[in-house]
Each structure stands twice: as C-alpha cells, then as structure tokens.
Write a protein that binds this ligand. Sequence first.
Ligand code: SAM
Length: 295
Amino acid sequence: SEIPIGSPVRTQAIINRYFMKAKKSLGQNFLVDLDALHGIVKAAAIKPDDQVIEIGPGIGSLTEQLLDAGAKVFAYEVDENLLKVLQNELPKKINGYPLDQRFKLKIEDILKADFKQDLKDFFDLSKPVKVVANLPYYITTPIIFFLNNSELEFASLTLMMQKEVADRLSAHSGTKEYGPLTIAVQTEMAVKSFMTVTSSSFIPRPKVDSSVVVLTPLPAESKIDIADSKHFNWVVKMCFAQRRKTLNNNLKALIPNNEDRTHLIKSLGVDSRVRPEQLTLKQFVQIAASVPVKN
Ligand code: SAM
C-alpha cells in the first residue's frame, strides 16, 4: 500500500503529478507532518464511526488519517480542482468499505454551508457530529463564528489555526491576548490548546506557526447566560476600542453620563482605573446589561 498523503514525498509527488500551484489566496498550506496529523486525530478523540465534518481537505492529508481512524467524513472544499485529486489519491478502500461509503465531498465555501440539509443523507443527525480541520487561515475567525452560530450543535471543534489566534482563544483575563475574540468564544465554549506545529511542517511554508485547539460547548450549567449575543459582542468590542485606555474612558461612547458610568464601574467591584483586559466574562455581561440595546 502507498505511503500516506501527509508525508513530504507523497505530497510533493501529488503536487507535481497535477501541476498544482498551491493557491495562497485560499490559504493552501498542506500539512506534511505525520506526527502533527496523528496529533490532530488524537486531539479530536476520533472513534470508529464518528461523524466528522472536515473543512478544506486540500489534497487529503488529514482526510486520509480521519478515515483510517474509522471516521465518516463529510468535507467542504472551495477549490473545485481538488475534486479529481481527492478522488484519485484517497485510498479506494477504507477498512474494507468502499471510499464513497465513508467520504463525501461538497465543493462549496464553508461559510455558505447548510449543514442540516447537506448532511441529512450521509450522517445520522440524532448522533454527535464533530468538526476537524486544518483551517484556511485567512478566514479563521469567520469560520469559528459561523460554526458557533450554526443551528447544528457540534460535539467538538478540533481546529488547527495560526498560533496567534489560538493564543487569543485560550487567553486568561489580565493578559495581552485577552480580548473580544476570547470573550465571544469563552462565553460559549471551553477552549483547550493541544500542540504547536512549526511552519516547516507545511508545503508551502506559511509565515507563522500553528496550534491545534479543541473547542467544546460548555455544559448548560456553566454557560454564561447572554440574552442578546450581538449586543454583548458589540459592547465588548467597544470596551476594547482603545485597549490602552481605562474601561471608564472606553465606556464614554456607550454611557455618556459620568454619574451612570461611575455607578456601573463601582457596581463591578473594581478599581476606577481598571483596564478592559482585567475584567472577567461575568463583568462584561454586567456591563452589557447596563448599555441600551442599539437598533
Ligand atoms: N486539509 C489539508 C491539509 O491539512 O493539508 C489542507 C489545509 S489548507 C491549510 C486549507 C484548505 O481550505 C485548502 O484546501 C483550501 O482550498 C480550503 N479552503 C479555503 N477557503 C475555503 C472555504 N471558504 N471553504 C472551504 N474550503 C476552503
């Protein structure tokens, strides 16, 4: 049998065979590090017959490992040229099954996906669905928000992304990485960083290092109750508008009245010169509740 797609020689051979030029504009950096690929599968805790959505299969490096581990994979890929590559290069048989019983590809922009409609004939939607991806980095945050807002609730999201974004997702309050993205995600999901992968593990090499992060929905009892998440995320953004200024200063645009502002900051139980990155998620919820909803 052939050596894995995710090994450097095989990837290079595939690129040569199809006269492929990796498209920078689509974030095409193929992972050629079998330890990293196995690490992603392990982080996602893939078990036989797990139902997995993969975003951006590329030439199939990660897809092949997911299939090997027993997953059924539904993949979204925006580059139609990869259809033929995936059909030819993925193994014809997976653990005894024909490929088309274990793998389905939709050529589409993930941000336009209609999961329930797309998956209903391939997955049992009464059972958990996981997302696993080596993301196209130019749209990391839109994809995270899209998945987070989807009507299908995922069991977990195992995502490889640029390290800088991963660090913001997993940040603690009081650090410089802590900000609107941290807060938007951590109010809904638990974030766990798994491993760092250096840029030399990709063909072509990206400019930055990468991290694998696992996001899991918070159990109902530890979810922070947010009535209007659009309003909440807007208020948080405004609080961080000028990160180096105090919360009081940033709040002027939201609560122009000095007395009202002083009163709110006092009720948070923090120093009047507190900076936005020092606040907890719950304190932001309290602030959002004191700011009128903008129409
Ligand atoms: N999974 C492969 C791997 O690990 O080597 C490729 C990962 S590569 C970083 C990102 C992939 O996402 C590329 O194949 C790219 O064509 C695809 N992609 C880019 N934008 C996309 C979008 N909007 N929707 C779906 N796939 C997209």
